[in-house]
Design a binder for this molecule. Structure first.
Ligand SMILES: NC(=O)c1ccc[n+]([C@@H]2O[C@H](COP(=O)([O-])OP(=O)(O)OC[C@H]3O[C@@H](n4cnc5c(N)ncnc54)[C@H](O)[C@@H]3O)[C@@H](O)[C@H]2O)c1
Ligand SMILES: N[C@@H](CC=O)C(=O)O
Length: 498
């Protein structure tokens, strides 16, 4: 089905704003062809704000995933054999197309994901930055040399692409999570089979359209749409798939790691967060509140980096709660296309029900609701909420809220708050707000997290190694480490006498 037909069939009024209608793709992209499911199965993609169906996307199955791996395996030798500069040229062209289509890509993202348009534009910039970064970094895939310990032998070490990589991406960052993985894999010389979340496949399909325009060869970049469980299971079971890179919950990450064990694959896992944000009483109140607001409410709280547990030192606690409550109550809630909206809908009904249960659990355990509970503008909304005095044992402090609900509690000493912040199976990011530099460094060393932000929120980007410790993940994305994750070291020993 062509995009033009799709535009006629779907009635979402905002689709008329697309400057380039061909970016709305409903078919999967396999071996350089736009591909229907053999039984023509499809699934609906809905705008979570209005509930209006935006598209019917091809519902491929496990056998189609195998066909995509066939294509990726066929394409691998030629893609690997290209000079890194040639691969870089295609990636650079892909980057240019993404930049040029920024407004359309942002619109599609807001329609399928619900996030405010300004956040979608920011995500497109973020997504494009990974393509640009890896186009350059792919030219520098170097390995160390080894001084021979064997007489008459010359030793060489190189980095070789792993082969076919499966990329399983989530709905909260539908473009950036795909390009952060795909650009690294492609720059390393791997070929890719991507599976986007069925809530947000349109962003991935638009990126495939732009990859095709960038002359990325058939079979090198494939997007298989359809139910996650059978497709992911088939990709994990296929011995030709040498790496699986997944972003999503720790629960599904464990499942995928288990499915990959029989074929011993390289795993890159970007999983859950449960981030602590620690505000010491020497902090400037206004700055601390702005940091908390941004660290908690970006992406409407549906962010693996979201501040899930906010610890405020006792002397500052009452003033912090009052000022934070005032800022939260003023957040503008609504559809992502409305001017000035800061908080959009959640992704699905399960998330709304789960959030309500967690709020009730916290209240039953003695928490106080300072903001929230008002009527919402639609069924998938949870109004921005502030809970104070939330005990550490509450479910919402133990699990990621993934919703616009901020939980605040007080603490007395540095040692106490460090222990409480570390008392979790997660270890992605932690935030610290203090004017004492020595304490900031002590905290960074003591916090068992892969990333620590001190006196600021924004810390990500293409040059940094993004990732967590403990059950927040395996490996790193971004930076040269993200590229090396898609390579193996090859050691060659040459006999100098022959
Ligand atoms: N780290 C992240 O960026 C991220 C992104 C999305 C969701 N999450 C996590 O997910 C939780 C809430 O989201 P949810 O209810 O949609 O969670 P979920 O666990 O149902 O889904 C999470 C992701 O996993 C994928 N998935 C689901 N079942 C799968 C399977 N059997 N095989 C392979 N992939 C599968 C989905 O496509 C989705 O993208 C949150 O608590 C959060 O921790 C994390
Ligand atoms: N916000 C994260 C993605 C996780 O949800 C990022 O910046 O990469």
């Amino acid at each position: 089905m062509t995009a033009a037909l799709a535009l006629k069939r779907h009635v979402h009024p905002a689709l008329g704003r697309l400057a380039d209608g061909r970016l709305l793709r409903e078919l999967a992209y396999v071996d350089g062809r736009w591909t229907q499911a053999p039984d023509a199965a499809s699934f609906e993609v809905r705008d979570p704000f209005s509930g209006i169906v935006i598209a019917h996307v091809a519902g491929l199955g496990a056998d189609d995933a195998t066909r995509a791996v066939d294509a990726a395996a066929r394409a691998f030798p030629a893609w690997k054999a290209l000079a890194p500069q040639d691969r870089a040229g295609r990636l650079r062209a892909w980057y240019d197309h993404v930049r040029a289509a920024r407004e359309d890509l942002a619109l599609l993202m807001t329609l399928e994901q619900g996030k405010p348009l300004a956040e979608s534009r920011g995500e497109i910039d973020y997504a494009a930055s990974f393509i640009e970064w890896y186009a350059e970094e792919g030219k520098r895939v170097n390995a160390e040399s080894v001084t021979s310990h064997l007489p008459g032998a010359h030793m060489m070490v190189s980095r070789e692409p792993l082969g076919v990589a499966a990329l399983l991406t989530p709905w909260n960052f539908p473009s950036a999570m795909l390009t952060r993985k795909a650009a690294a894999a492609l720059a390393a010389g791997c070929t890719v089979v991507a599976h986007p979340s069925s809530y947000t496949p349109l962003s991935a399909l638009a990126l495939a359209e732009l990859a095709e325009r960038a002359d990325i060869p058939a079979g090198v970049f494939n997007v298989v749409t359809g139910a996650a469980a059978p497709i992911a299971a088939r990709l994990c079971a296929d011995a030709r798939v040498r790496a699986v890179s997944f972003t999503g919950s720790t629960q599904i990450g464990r499942l995928i790691a288990g499915q990959c064990a029989p074929t011993v694959k390289r795993l890159v896992m970007e999983l859950g967060g449960n981030a602590p944000l620690i505000v010491f009483d020497d902090a400037e109140l206004g700055k601390a509140v702005e940091i908390a607001l941004s660290a908690k409410f970006a992406t409407s709280g549906q962010d693996c980096l979201a501040a899930n547990r906010i610890y405020v030192q006792r002397a500052l606690y009452p003033a912090f709660c009052a000022a934070f409550a005032e800022r939260i109550a003023a957040l503008k809630v609504g559809g992502g296309l409305e001017e000035g909206v800061e908080i959009g809908p959640l992704m699905h009904e399960r998330a709304v029900a789960r959030t309500r249960e967690r709020i009730e659990d916290a209240l039953a355990r003695g928490a106080r609701r300072l903001v929230g509970g008002e009527a919402a503008p639609g069924p998938l909304f949870v109004m921005p909420t502030l809970l104070a005095d939330v005990p550490d044992a509450a479910a919402i402090m133990q699990e990621e809220a993934f919703a616009p609900v901020a939980c605040v509690t007080s603490f007395d000493t540095e040692a106490e708050v460090t222990a409480r912040a570390n008392a979790t199976e997660y270890g992605l990011v932690a935030y610290v707000v203090t004017c004492d530099n020595a304490r900031a460094l002590r905290m960074s060393r003591a916090l068992d997290y892969g990333m620590v932000a001190i006196n600021r929120v924004k810390l990500t980007g293409a040059p940094i190694p993004f990732g967590g410790v403990k059950q927040s993940g395996l490996g790193r994305e971004g930076s040269r480490h993200g590229l090396e994750a898609f390579t193996d070291l090859k050691y060659t020993c040459l006999d100098l006498a022959s």
